[in-house]
Design a protein around this ligand. Sequence first.
Ligand code: PEP
Length: 246
Amino acid sequence: MTPGVKPLIAGNWKMHGTLAEARARAEAVAAGAAGLQADLLVCPPALHVAPVARALRGLAVAVGGQDCHAAAKGAHTGDISAPMLADAGATQVILGHSERRADHAESDAVVRAKVVAALAAGLIPIVCVGETEAERLAGQAEAVVDRQLAESLPEGFAGVIAYEPVWAIGTGRVPTEADIAAIHAAIRAALVARFAGGGQMRILYGGSMKPGNAAAILALPNVDGGLVGGASLVAADFLAIARAAG
Ligand code: PEP
């Protein structure tokens, strides 16, 4: 944790489930949110953002998108814009997730343009960075993350960073606590060097975070919450991770 920074536990629901399941999960998360020290965020598939936001209106769980286009509007079949997400009730948006970078060939420049669009629409961007397994084995993890930060974050950035080693996502494998702490310290240093307020920006860890490992990870310096995939699909597990944040 970073002193003075309220943790954020964010759930990335990816492309899972029906609307009825999304609503029920959101309501179950909200029902367990009382008394938590962490802020909670759920990021349903785009189609479910508006109904989930309606279900959560007035409750202590925010709603986010999983991606947005870099343009505010236009001829972009199948895409959604940052203003549309905001209009649907989202307050935050995940950008540059490794699955977007891999499946849709999103470069750092594309991610940066999306971050600009999100900020212009009043959304808080959650920008994902992280090395592949080959890059880690080659001793490149910190350099890769540094480059992603330098090239994905625009001047004047204000938002959240999520460190998500690609090889830890959905695999059940997690870096050592020392490795997580080292990358988070490097991210903190990069944010402080470049942005006013960089010392207080949230840096989340993501990659196979579960109820059983969350407390140890969340206790590390500069780990200000989690971006949770698989475990966020079970409300009880997501809430257990949130309770581990203190
Ligand atoms: C993610 O995809 O952002 C993620 C962290 O997934 P998981 O928790 O399933 O590894």
